[in-house]
Design a protein around this ligand. Structure first.
Ligand code: IPE
Ligand code: IPE
Ligand code: MG
Length: 252
């Protein structure tokens, strides 16, 4: 036990030394996956994995803020996740409220600004209220932006943008051809730079309808670690790995 603690302390020191604080990714997006498998492999109900996953969210938000990340976008519930059994959906829908109840004071203190990306209208009232209250309470904060993707699906986000554009064009508010910059401003992530780094846990290597437009040139980092076991060391490893890469954007 103490050996492990010592190992991770040494590893943290090493990573702290290796990470260039001037070159941390501005925007990190995370597909937090593997809660269910984490629980089942321990003989626990899936809910236990989600409960533990919230603990990881706390740790990772703290660590990202400390590392100086400007924007952290967390995929918490997809438009496709409604297809899960009602007991699981209900449990997942109870988590935002719990999270904000315990974390909001610290988020406020740390100058974090909470935002929701996704179709809020279809969320249960108590979930919408929890996130909206969190956003409202942190609206004027100027530190890290913390985006929660809840009832988020990228294709529906893109279609929503297209439909809003059609409406505004018909009303004469949008004229001529739509360029990439204008299009981006119709997405939930309007005004934010695209993710520099996408992390997905649990060994799956797919995007699962997350930020299809915004991830065009993001660096991808996958780990087999399940989300409840994902720690600040893993986040630091991902950041360090990101810093070792050469982003070319099609150029030489
Ligand atoms: C991620 O964990 C949480 C959500 C998708 C809401 P999962 O619940 O997908 O866990 P696995 O993939 O079944 O292990
Ligand atoms: C993606 O995970 C959605 C979230 C993490 C919220 P899923 O577990 O739903 O993705 P698939 O179904 O394995 O692609
Ligand atoms: Mg999953």
């Amino acid at each position: 036990m103490w050996g492990l603690v010592l190992d991770s302390t040494i590893r943290e020191k090493e990573l702290t030394r290796k990470i260039d604080p001037e070159k941390v990714p501005r925007h990190i997006a995370i597909i937090m996956d593997g809660n269910g498998r984490w629980a089942v492999e321990r003989g626990l109900p899936r809910q236990e994995g989600h409960r533990q996953g919230v603990e990881t969210v706390r740790d990772i938000v703290r660590c990202a803020e400390k590392l100086g990340i400007s924007i952290l976008t967390l995929f918490a519930f997809s438009t496709e996740n409604w297809q899960r059994p009602a007991w699981e959906v209900n449990y997942l829908m109870s988590l935002p409220e719990k999270y904000f109840q315990s974390e909001l004071p610290e988020l406020i203190r740390k100058n974090v600004q909470v935002r929701l990306i996704g179709d809020a209208a279809r969320l249960p009232r108590k979930v919408r209220k929890a996130v909206e209250d969190g956003s409202e309470a942190t609206r004027d904060n100027t530190g890290m932006i913390l985006n929660f993707a809840l009832n988020y699906g990228s294709r529906s986000e893109i279609l929503r943008a297209v439909n809003n554009l059609i409406k505004e064009a018909a009303a004469g508010k949008v004229k001529g051809q739509v360029d990439e910059k204008t299009f981006s401003s119709y997405l939930y992530t309007a005004g934010l730079p695209d993710p520099d780094l996408l992390i997905r846990t649990s060994g799956e290597k797919r995007i699962s309808n997350f930020l299809l437009w915004q991830l065009a040139y993001s660096e991808l980092w996958f780990t087999n670690v399940y989300w409840p076991d994902f720690s600040k060391l893993h986040l630091m490893e991902a950041v360090h790995d990101y810093q070792m890469r050469k982003r070319r954007f099609g150029k030489l």
